[in-house]
Design a protein around this ligand. Sequence first.
Ligand code: ARG
Ligand code: GLU
Length: 728
Amino acid sequence: MRFLNLLFVLFSFSLFAQQGGMWIPSLLEGMNENEMQNLGMKMSAKDIYDVNNSSLKDAIVHFNGGCTSELISEKGLLLTNHHCGYSQIQSHSTVENDYLENGFWAKNLKEELPNPGMTATIIVRIEDVTDKVMNGITETTPEDERQKQIEANISRVVSTSPKESYQENRVRTFYEGNQYMLFVVETFKDIRLVGAPPSSIGKFGSDTDNWVWPRHTGDFALFRIYADSNNRPAEYSENNVPYKPKHFLPISLDGVAENDFTLVFGFPGMTDEYLPAIAIEQIVTSINPARDKIRTKALDIVDKYMRNDPQIKLQYASKFARIANFWKKWRGETQGLIKSNAVQIKKQQEQALKKEIQRKGKQEEYGHILLQFESYYTQIAPYNLAREYFMETVLRNGELLRFAFQTYQLKNSYDRLGAQSFTDRRENLLNSFTVQYRDYNAQVDKEVFEALLTLYVAEVPERFLPDALKNADIPQLTQTVYQNSAFTDYEQLKQLLSGDAETAVQRLQEDPGYQIAAAMADAYFEKIAPDYDALDLKITGLKRGYMKALMELSPPETRIFPNANSTLRVTYGQVKGYSPADAVYYEPITHLEGVMEKYIPGDYEFDVPQKLIDLYNSKDYGPYTDEAGRIPVNFIGTNHTTGGNSGSPAIDAFGNLVGINFDRVWEGTMSDYFYDPAISRNIMVDIRYVLFIVDKFADASHLIDEMKLVHPKKDQAQKSKKSKRKRK
Ligand code: ARG
Ligand code: GLU
């Protein structure tokens, strides 16, 4: 994206500073290193990533595949977000001992709580394997053959590249299939919960404040990695010992000020920064509004029940948060894409690229790309929208529909692979149903079902609908399903699925809940998916060519960064406020005073624990204050982050931990498609707030003793004073 901007800007002869990007840590030397040092970094690229010596990257840990975490002691202490450890914290909670509500603090290693199934992955080494993966591929290899060949090449690279027995090789693509990198990783499996603040700190502000600045959330939790006696990954065992990392992050007590350099190191999930204007236009005018419509309906219904019934509130809190999280993000994204003029700017950039293609005589190779983008995106639009409706209705918001869809897949495996496969999979599915049904309320779901199907029939073009929904009486259908389907109750469903495969499948097909889900799924797989997939494959090939054109035709100083793909990345920037609207300016740092300003006694989002109020009143802050004697809580910066960056360390100019990334600001969430340095900001917890809570609020100073606290700014000031004196 930045690159495109630059291209455009070059043609319009006015240069401005470029920012943003999520960069591959093994390739920082040169341009990125210069840029970072110009922004104030005092380290070298090798301090961040080095194969032969310990470096920052050895402290960065992929947390359970979805979030990021960082090592902060030589005993494997791991810091991440409260919302990343949420389900682990919940899994250890009971009504009597509710760690979500009250927090949890292990007093010693023995009290730390194991989490079966959890993983923590460390990157050992990154290597460019593009040549090996591209072996045998030419410009003219057809797209589907190409994919097969590449998969075969990747398998070979994975199985033949050197690694230790306890390590794993993974290959991922970058720049839309133009580059391939090998990752040698170690995955730890004994990860224990060490500490978590109460939700009134860790989730303070909840959904109201989610994606919002100014923010006051203590979104952190502590875990510990355990290893075997050789310091290697191992399944949980009482005999395991705390992992001794190659590197852990020292923690700065000096904090940050506006314009300070920061680096965020983590595992961003997915971005799409090089979409053509037409794709962005479709997101703004069609896809996001559809998602919004669907989720608004579902959330309104769930919210109504949650407010009236404490039992339902407990059951649906986490599901509601998950649905609401993206609902809100997409709203901000749409608004940001409009406000930043993304479509218009992309169009201008495409014009500039077109001219450049002509100028360099590259029409043969690249001349078709922009035209075909127009054509394919126009063709895919109705399928894309119908697909989104299907996903949102059947898989993401409806519950009975999702359960029934899962059994539809089970039946498919029966059809394809026979009875044995059915019985094998049934076991797993029933296990997952015990969990899913624990928090299920058929009354809530029934109302969501009726509302969403009504919308489905109204909005999805008739040619994509199953016959069962054409001219259907939705209220009547809802009534029938929720009165007669076994899917409204776990025990009934278990009964229905019991016995030999043939009978179970027979019963399944007679169930009205199953019937409607299966009809919708059949219609999806027959009328929507085939064309969608075919066009999507073409677009994938086109994106690769587009990317190649951009990389080849852009001026050498252009910044082109690969889209996020859940691999380890470095993003950097500065602590900075922003102006979200005319005459409004947001400062970059919040304080404990702001927590007290937002405090609403007894409110489920804005209550504050009494002990924190007491500490605030007595100003018992310890060494964790800023120069003005206040406790900083959150801060924002220009680091380009996305989902998956939650829990990532914010690192200062010297390589010390100053914060934990956990969110972005509402106005800037379009940065997944279009990073705008004026309003895109990431939100971090100030590490001093974390230390203050651990030490003063939780009385867990034994954890502080494990950490390495440093004063980089004070040390530097002293050094420069000394050298000045010498010069005199
Ligand atoms: N918006 C943050 C992240 O995407 C935090 C989400 C958790 N908090 C919440 N209130 N749902 O994904
Ligand atoms: N909360 C997000 C996460 O879980 C980070 C916010 C974002 O999307 O930037 O990764």
